[in-house]
Write a protein that binds this ligand. Structure first.
Ligand SMILES: [Mg+2]
Length: 288
């Protein structure tokens, strides 16, 4: 696998892309490391008038917390929208069932987003919804409260459906695994908000006023970013700076439209395609 040129399964080119959904972890940074070329790539997007929004399954942080954390690491995203699974869940509940009572398994940030941005009320005894996000405190008592609520008629929602997250030694259990335990114990269906499901991605598309034909997603996970982008019918760009290795990408049945080793390679390829288009226009412009 040698980079962006190795996969191109659609007629759409990078030069057609006018709006971009950008995953954060594994694209802009990976763990504690800021990835090279991030600021340059974001400046390139702004210079070319390509509008972008960040999409992250992290549900416990407010968008402004993400913005501040990125700024503290020297990454300037300006006023680009950040759609988190927490915000998307709050909006979803605000639209589906204003004033929902919720039992939340997750962090304090998720609870606050649901109350302040979704107009929800916390109620572990008789909730309308059990909402699942990530917490290190998932235990038998929380599982039991969730099962009791569902037995009483509550519906199950998972904000961040990732069943595991990258860890230093092994993939650590994610909130999707908590939701799966509740499903196993109750047989209840589960509405998933974050990638690869479309509820959060649709929210980001609406925020940007994005058109499917001229939008792409860039991310580091095949089972999340690329799968979600394909479900929406937008272009898909895999970068190999996160959890997907070149070997995993080569073996996978899911084929992104473009694969780039890193953001500098994607940046260079995109810039060249735009230049090529400009020079083509110059050559074919009507004669005086
Ligand atoms: Mg990622």
């Amino acid at each position: 696998m040698t980079g962006t040129e190795c996969v191109r399964e659609r007629t759409r080119t990078l030069a057609d892309i006018r709006t971009l959904l950008v995953d954060m972890d594994g694209v802009i940074y990976f763990g504690s490391e800021v990835l090279s070329g991030a600021n340059e790539f974001l400046r390139f997007l702004r210079r070319e008038g390509i509008r972008f929004a960040f999409v992250t399954n992290g549900a416990n942080r407010w968008p402004e917390d993400h913005r501040a954390a990125l700024a503290a690491r020297g990454i300037d995203i300006g006023d680009a929208p950040i759609i988190t699974a927490g915000v998307a869940t709050a909006r979803y509940l605000g639209e589906q069932h204003p004033g929902s009572r919720v039992y939340v398994i997750g962090g304090e940030g998720l609870r606050r987003q649901l109350v302040q941005a979704g107009g929800c009320a916390l109620d572990e005894d008789h909730p309308d919804y059990v909402v699942v996000g990530w917490t290190a405190d998932f235990d038998y008592e929380k599982l039991s409260l969730a099962c009791r609520a569902i037995h009483r008629g509550a519906r199950l929602i998972v904000a961040d459906p990732d069943v595991n997250d990258p860890g230093p030694e092994f993939p650590s259990p994610g909130s999707g695994a908590f939701a799966a335990a509740i499903q196993a114990a109750t047989g209840a269906p589960c509405v998933a908000i974050g990638k690869p499901n479309r509820i959060m991605l649709d929210a980001a598309m609406r925020e940007l006023g994005a058109d499917v034909a001229t939008t792409a997603i860039v991310g580091d996970r095949l089972d999340s970013d690329i799968k979600g982008g394909k479900a929406l019918g937008i272009g898909t760009i895999l970068v190999l700076t996160g959890i997907t290795t070149p070997e995993m990408a080569a073996r996978a049945a899911l084929r992104p439209d473009w694969i780039a080793r890193d953001l500098p390679e994607l940046h260079a390829r995109w810039r060249d395609e735009l230049r090529g288009r400009t020079s083509l226009r110059g050559r074919t412009s009507p004669r005086a």
